[in-house]
Design a protein around this ligand. Structure first.
Ligand code: ADP
Ligand code: MG
Length: 322
């Protein structure tokens, strides 16, 4: 017998839903299931408390008040920053977690719950890059060598999903879906006992799916230029993925969907590939051994070689070989 349990909260600027399926021997009793899902969901608030630049009390915001000092931080923040710096290095700076002030000055400055405007009391230093973030792995400290604000928007949600998935697996849940605003982790099987079905949105027509993937035990994260835009205007408005080299929104991709065993990896590499654009983005994904699909503003589809072999891809009949 199969049953399902679903819970939704608002966290990290989005809606987070966990859907647990119980199949036969994998069934967890009702109390255990509720506790497990609550504990998994708690990771989202926990990661947000460490990693949100929109909360002046968060650990990451505190770093910007102590430029030049070696500040001891939690393991969560340390690991998020360490991973972000690795992706920055690998992408040649196309991915750069020091875009916080740039985003803030472009209008990405409102805390999603309260609507409060964040204004960091720092003079922006246009020369600051990820190289100005110094980690000490033994002391677990972070030091910002120039005035800057770390933005972990491209890794934190993935990290929270990974922590939530680990929490559920540790409690013997085998079949579940974690959805944090379109960034997903799908474990085991769905209620029909089949691999989970995940739609890749058409980046220009939200009523339509571009294609559908059949997946199990994998994270699927999407970065799209339609997700968050500066308020007010439409044409010419900026979206939330910046090319740090030009200091304007990246424009050679419309959406990137990445599949990886870790959501943090899928999340960050998707953002990195988005900034790099289809050719170099695809190279990055293949070099890192993850699969993905990059859709350009002209709706061309670029996919890693493994996309076709490993996932039962339904959808557009053209372009599977690209
Ligand atoms: P979401 O899942 O929230 O749509 P994405 O995974 O697409 O987010 O990542 C976009 C977020 O990454 C932005 O909101 C911002 O926080 C951060 N970001 C924007 N540009 C860059 C960049 N060049 N390098 C690293 N992080 C970035
Ligand atoms: Mg991302």
């Amino acid at each position: 017998m199969t049953d399902a349990y679903v819970r939704t909260i608002a966290s990290m600027g989005t809606v987070v839903t966990i859907h647990v399926v119980g199949h036969g021997a994998n069934r967890v009793d009702e109390t255990g299931r509720k506790r497990g899902v609550d504990a998994a969901l708690a990771w989202f608030d926990e990661v947000e408390r460490s990693c949100s630049r929109f909360d002046p009390r968060s650990e990451v915001s505190q770093l910007s008040t102590r430029i030049g000092a070696r500040v001891p931080v939690s393991d969560l923040l340390f690991e998020a920053v360490r991973f972000a710096l690795a992706v920055a290095e690998e992408s040649g700076g196309a991915f750069d977690p020091t875009v916080g002030l740039l985003l803030e000055t472009r209008g990405f400055n409102r805390e999603y719950r309260s609507g409060a405007v964040v204004r960091t009391a720092l003079e922006p230093d246009d020369d600051a890059t990820y190289r100005d973030v110094h980690l000490d792995a033994d002391e677990r400290t972070i030091m910002l060598a120039r005035p800057l604000v770390l933005d972990l928007g491209a890794v934190a949600k993935g990290l929270a999903i990974d922590m939530a998935a680990r929490e559920l697996r540790g409690r013997s849940f085998a079949d579940f879906a974690i959805d944090a605003g379109g960034d997903l982790y799908l474990a085991g099987r769905n209620a029909d006992g089949k691999p989970w079905s995940v739609g890749v949105r058409h980046p220009r027509d939200h009523q339509t799916l571009f294609e559908t993937l059949r997946v199990s035990n994998v994270a699927v994260c999407t970065s799209g230029d339609y997700e968050r835009r500066t308020p007010g205007d439409d044409g010419g408005a900026e979206h939330h993925i910046m090319d740090p080299r030009t200091r304007v929104s990246a424009s050679t991709a419309a959406s990137v969907t990445v599949l990886a065993s870790s959501a943090m990896v899928a999340d960050a590499l998707g953002t990195a590939a988005f900034v790099l654009g289809p050719e170099r983005g695809l190279e990055l994904l293949e070099r890192d051994g993850v699969d993905g699909v990059i859709i350009t503003p002209a709706l061309e589809r670029f996919a890693t070689r493994g996309m076709r072999a490993e996932y039962l891809v339904e959808g557009r009949s053209s372009g599977f070989d690209s």
